[in-house]
Write a protein that binds this ligand. Structure first.
Ligand SMILES: *[C@@H]1O[C@H](CO)[C@@H](O)[C@H](O)[C@H]1NC(C)=O
Ligand SMILES: *[C@@H]1O[C@H](CO)[C@@H](O)[C@H](O)[C@H]1NC(C)=O
Length: 472
């Protein structure tokens, strides 16, 4: 199903650049033992979280448009996220017809961190529209050394598969869904095992193949307000129920692939679908470690910085690191001319901002730093900032994170930057660009004359793909 060349092009187009680091086994990332219910185990997590002395420093969000600042708070804040009402999510949940004993078990999620986040949004959206509960998804983490090794074996039993609570903050998810979507039941996949302390009995194991939806093509956004997923789902569910011969009690678990780019969320004249999508994005909050690291790095930087996603590691399928670097430096100069010293409302009329590279290849980073210096830019990255800090704690924390979680750190830094430069074919770049725009979609380059809404973002064409397929 996923074995097309189109898929590999899109999947190769995914991901970010980071150094190979020490692998932490899944169990060390976060205590995965669930208690008698999800809620009780979540309170265990809360009480066991470490809070270092550096976590309390203030994240300065003042330069970001309000929705972007909110996104950062919900997804990256070191302390608990602020209360937010999630009005679009609440509206969608109020509207749905809920099936009390039907749960979606989303699968087929893999690739780089930002692609996984998009697939998780697809899963949440399907559940809200179907009016179904959720078995928290299980997602493989990719190999730290071979980035094309996604560990997505067919039966989903591989060691790399980690349940949602080892990827993202489940307490936040449950808290928000509990008040916005109270009819959506959520269980942990471990509860489907008979030896769990509070097992959930399953009456039916069903499966719905979304790729069989009439006219569906992989990576071409299929469902939208004019072709709702709900119609397809209700039809499939009715067929399953009709054919079922099982008796007794228990829930029905429906396996369903959370297909990449399944929804066209921009094709809604009311804008409601995009608002829902943006709120689903804020359910996906990172675990405490990457959030703390972002905050510590921000505390170590004492001046404004521009963020550049330098997609320069050796699995890049786009233009060379040199070409990217020269393009990026040109854009940095233009951004500074427009928003820096030349502009009436410049961020800092005296000193050029620092440049933070979201990239892990140290050689490439050094090349960028050297050439950047000649062109008047001071260029840095997370390891350098951490090394320069007075404690070794931040560096150790970074190096202890798996590859994709280091990507989360860079993502937070890119969202916070005063100007962001990304590359067109990358899911990471596009996700950041969407997150930085107050409407949740990258509209156009902030170097254009049109109002950018404060997004301060420019996506450089990578020489292969001029834009990303709809819709991350
Ligand atoms: C998604 O919707 C937008 C807005 O109507 C449209 O321009 C675009 O072509 C659609 N994309 C896909 C992949 O269907
Ligand atoms: C990229 O670098 C890694 C680590 O040095 C190496 O194992 C891999 O074979 C390289 N891949 C390519 C396509 O050059």
């Amino acid at each position: 199903m996923l074995g097309t060349s189109r898929r590999s092009a899109v999947v190769s187009a995914i991901g970010i650049c980071a150094l190979v680091t020490i692998w932490l086994s899944a169990g060390q990332l976060q205590d995965s033992s669930f208690g008698s219910s999800i809620v009780s185990s979540i309170s265990q997590h809360t009480s066991s979280t470490t809070s270092g002395s550096t976590t309390a420093s203030i994240v300065k969000n003042g330069h970001l448009p309000a929705p972007v600042s909110r996104y950062f708070n919900q997804v990256f804040s070191p302390e608990d996220a602020d209360h937010f009402d999630y009005p679009a999510l609440k509206k969608a949940c109020d509207r749905a017809t809920w099936h009390e004993d039907v749960y979606l078990q989303c699968g087929g999620m893999f690739a780089g961190m930002t692609s996984i986040m998009s697939e998780v949004k697809v899963c949440f959206k399907m559940a809200v529209e179907a009016g179904a509960g959720l078995v928290l998804p299980t997602i493989p983490i990719r190999d730290n050394t071979n980035l094309l090794e996604f560990n997505n074996n067919e039966d989903e039993t591989g060691d790399a598969y980690m349940p949602y609570d080892q990827w993202f903050d489940t307490k936040h998810l449950i808290e928000v869904l509990g008040r916005t979507c109270p009819k959506m039941n959520i269980i942990h996949p471990d509860q489907l095992k008979p030896d769990h302390v509070s097992p959930v009995a399953v009456k039916n194991h069903w499966e719905i193949d979304v790729s069989k939806a009439p006219g569906y093509h992989f990576t071409v956004s299929h469902f939208w307000t004019g072709n709702p997923f709900k119609i397809f789902f209700d039809d499939q569910l009715a067929k399953l129920q009709k054919a079922s011969t099982t008796t007794g009690s228990g829930i029905s678990v429906i396996k369903i692939a959370s297909l990449f780019l399944l929804y066209n969320i921009t094709n809604d004249p009311t804008g409601g679908d995009l608002k829902l999508w943006n709120e689903l994005a804020m359910l996906i909050r990172f675990l405490e470690k990457p959030r703390q690291i972002v905050n510590q790095l921000l505390a170590h930087i004492n001046r404004p910085y521009y963020g550049v996603h330098f997609r320069a590691e050796n699995d890049s399928i786009w233009n060379s690191a040199e070409d990217q670097m020269h393009n990026d430096l040109d854009v940095l100069d233009k951004a500074w001319a427009k928003y820096g010293k030349g502009a009436a409302s410049g961020i800092n009329s005296q000193l050029k901002p620092l440049v933070y590279l979201a990239c892990g290849d140290e050689k490439q980073v050094e090349m960028f730093a050297a050439v950047g210096k000649k062109r008047g830019w001071e260029v840095t990255h997370k390891w350098e900032i951490a090394q320069k800090s007075t404690t070794s704690e931040t560096l150790e924390m970074i190096n202890a994170l798996p590859f994709d979680f280091q990507g989360a750190v860079d993502m937070g830094m890119m969202v916070q930057s005063y100007f962001f430069i990304g590359i067109s074919g990358s899911a990471f770049s596009n996700t950041v660009a969407h997150a930085r725009d107050p409407i949740g979609r990258y509209r156009w380059s902030s170097l254009n004359d049109e109002d950018d809404g404060g997004a301060r973002t420019h996506i450089v064409t990578d020489g292969v793909q001029s834009s990303y397929p709809c819709c991350l």
